[in-house]
Design a protein around this ligand. Sequence first.
Ligand code: ATP
Length: 325
Amino acid sequence: MIDIQDVYKTYTSGEQAVEALQGVTLHVAKGEIFGVVGPSGAGKSTLIRCVNLLERPTLGSIRVNGQELTALTPAELRLARQRIGMIFQHFNLLSSRTVAGNVAFPLEITGVDPVQRAERVRELLALVGLSDKANAYSAQLSGGQKQRVGIARALATQPDVLLCDEATSALDPQNTSAILELLRDLNRRLGLTILLITHEMNVVRQICDQVAVISDGKIIEQGSVVNLVARPGTLLSQAIFPPIEAPLDANGGRNVTITFVGDAAGQPVLASLVRKFDVDVNILGGSIQTIGGQRIGRLQVKLAGAQVDAALVYLRSLGLNVEMN
Ligand SMILES: Nc1ncnc2c1ncn2[C@@H]1O[C@H](COP(=O)(O)OP(=O)(O)OP(=O)(O)O)[C@@H](O)[C@H]1O
């Protein structure tokens, strides 16, 4: 749905040149929620703004829904942008307009007649849970409500793609969680493809299917959130699911970290290990998190006994990730 191919962006002001993007390639499949994380100045905003050509890449290709955006005329680009919604950290609402007036704005620009417009605004406000705020002004809304207006406005022209530029960074944890749930719900109900940038790992944990890390204008790691978590060695995996701080047990036996994904997180794996292999299992630490809608568990254990090697082979045969500490 979104193909970013070998994109470079250099800002020049006077003698100074900043290479904000240096050969970025990303593919976001239809219906996916894709998160890009990275430190301040890494190039996140530049990247997301290149996707709808708010910033024009210096080099490279941006295809959305099969259409090469960098090759379009200004009129064609205006049409293409109707299929690409965007929401912002500070909402960017018009303070002189009501909630309904803000949501109607893109429909006015695209020439939708007043009767259809009013109907569509009603639908959109119902979709984001703000039917009772149609006549309120943005100054009368909470941050979470303002972002709901932003989302309704972004969806007014029925886009296939929603770009989220740090959409929850100005919100408290409760509103962040509610907005992320709304985005997940819209992704599922409307088949909306979402590309978001964020510096908050909890956003990745709560809703992203795929994640990439950008650093100094380059993508340095990427993958499916669930697969990354099952490979505890990677940078992203450690950021998404921080290692358990359990003391290693030095008194004989083998210290092992086991990662359980999906159904396996609910299985009595350790009990069957003890039964089948006559090993002693000492639990040193553990936690379970819901990541990308899947339950993922991590246990740090000490295994002792004559059949430890066979027990490890058995754990791996169940599809569990097993690492020696
Ligand atoms: N309009 C501009 N002119 C010149 N340099 C710019 C411009 N916009 C961004 N930059 C520079 O490009 C680099 C990437 O900036 P960008 O805003 O994309 O990073 P970011 O990862 O979004 O950072 P943050 O999380 O702080 O918003 C930075 O070095 C920044 O100073």
